[in-house]
Design a protein around this ligand. Structure first.
Ligand code: MLT
Length: 411
């Protein structure tokens, strides 16, 4: 018999989006005539930008042509992409990032999930609640969470930072010593943001309390308001305390293509058990080069093209398209008297379920009566109970149809 990693048995239920997919499939089997609208998982629906596909086609041809074939590339990403990222996403905003601080990968989900591997088993983890479940589940798998306490609906060793309507979905600082703080802004699932001053409070706290912020910025491209920082490194001192995760998935239609990157500044230091300084960047580089063989050349050429003049224009129009959907959902639901948050700087709309329905009861109602799939807020944590998330990533037609169907429900 092979003994298993028993931490896996400490996981609660199945992964949120798998559970939703399972319920959706079951409903379709039982109701084959139903015309389902999926506003659940944040998966994009528009095609890849023309600039991207052209670059990818050219890259394929290059790989086939004599003399320009490429095999394994640098695990951290090709210079052409890394330098383009630095110029456009950072230097253009006055932030200095070096090429050995950028790690190109096949997605932020993997990076935010894997990053915990390089930290101590006893590191205390703080997460926002509601929260993208990957942060919690990967720490459970690693044995850092402690047991799940079903009386309180939480893991005992994880520090939960509640984000509720009472605090406008902005968490308070931890009330005990933590080592790793996962922050996601613009936030998934609530769609809310922090201003630069608000983010500075977290950076200052991390500097004063020797903790590290794991800043998930996958939805940065959807920011529309001026006082919302696009990168945590816009805040002074953040290079000493923050790792940033960025993704091309939602911005450029890369959910199926897979490309993202993580920034690990050279200033970030940790300590070994004897108190010796260790550079976090070196550890992540070691992990990345050992376990990952790089994103395909074709994909990286596609990602590079996002930053061309044509690519930027096409990305802008994709983002505008989805944010117009967000406005349609937000305004439509508000006009029905529902309490709605987000959808201004993020493609997610977070709504209070009507009539005190719990999140899964509202999920079932929406699926069975309006044939709409959304995401139950409680799937993101205890503080999400009584809330529901809809994404703006549907087609315009389906988005408008979904709002009309909700209008006809008796809520
Ligand atoms: C979500 O719906 O929260 C995201 O699409 C999930 C993901 O990016 O993995």
């Amino acid at each position: 018999m092979t003994s298993i990693n028993s931490n896996y048995l400490n996981l609660q239920g199945s992964y949120l989006f798998s559970e939703i997919a399972k319920r959706r499939t079951k409903f379709i089997e039982e109701n084959p005539q139903a015309e389902i609208i999926s506003l659940g998982i944040g998966d994009v629906t528009r095609g890849l930008p023309d600039a991207v596909t052209k670059a990818m086609h050219a890259a394929i041809d290059e790989l086939a042509a004599p003399g320009s074939f490429r095999g394994y590339g640098p695990e951290q990403g090709y210079d052409f992409l890394v330098n383009t990222i630095i110029e456009n996403d950072y230097r253009a905003r006055g932030v200095d990032i070096q090429s050995n601080e950028v790690f190109v990968s096949d997605g932020s989900k993997c990076d935010v999930g894997n990053i915990q591997e390089i930290f101590s088993q006893d590191a205390v983890v703080a997460v926002q609640d509601p929260v993208y479940p990957v942060y919690v589940d990967t720490n459970v798998m690693a044995g850092r969470s402690g047991p799940f306490n079903s009386d309180i609906g939480r893991y005992e060793n994880i520090v939960y930072l509640d984000c509720t309507a009472e605090n406008n979905f902005k968490p308070s600082l931890p009330d005990r010593k933590v080592d790793l703080i996962y922050l996601c802004y613009p936030n998934n699932p609530t769609g809310m943001t922090l201003t630069k001053d608000e983010l500075k409070v977290w950076v200052d706290y991390a500097r004063e309390n020797n903790c590290l912020i794991l800043f998930d910025s996958a939805y940065e491209a959807f920011i529309t308001e001026a006082d919302v920082p696009h990168s945590i490194y816009e805040v002074e001192g953040a290079r000493e305390v923050a790792i940033e995760f960025r993704s091309f998935s939602k911005t450029a239609g890369f959910t199926g293509v897979r490309c993202a990157y993580t920034v690990v500044p050279r200033e970030l230091r940790g300590f070994d058990k004897d108190g010796n300084t260790v550079f976090i960047n070196d550890l992540w580089n070691r992990r990345h080069t050992t376990k990952f063989n790089g994103v395909s050349y074709v994909t990286q050429r596609g990602a590079e093209a996002i930053y061309s003049a044509q690519g930027k224009e096409q990305i802008r129009s994709l983002v505008d398209y989805y944010m117009t959907n967000a406005g349609i959902i937000r305004d439509g639901l508000r006009s029905l008297g529902l309490e709605v948050f987000g959808g201004v700087n993020a493609p997610y709309i977070w709504l209070k379920t009507p009539n005190g329905l719990d999140s899964w009861a509202f999920f079932d109602k929406l699926l069975s009566e309006a044939n709409i799939v959304g995401t139950p807020g409680v799937g993101f944590g205890r503080s999400g109970q009584g809330y529901f998330r809809l994404t703006a990533f549907g087609s315009r037609e389906n988005t408008e149809k979904a709002v009309e169907r909700i209008r006809k429900l008796s809520l």
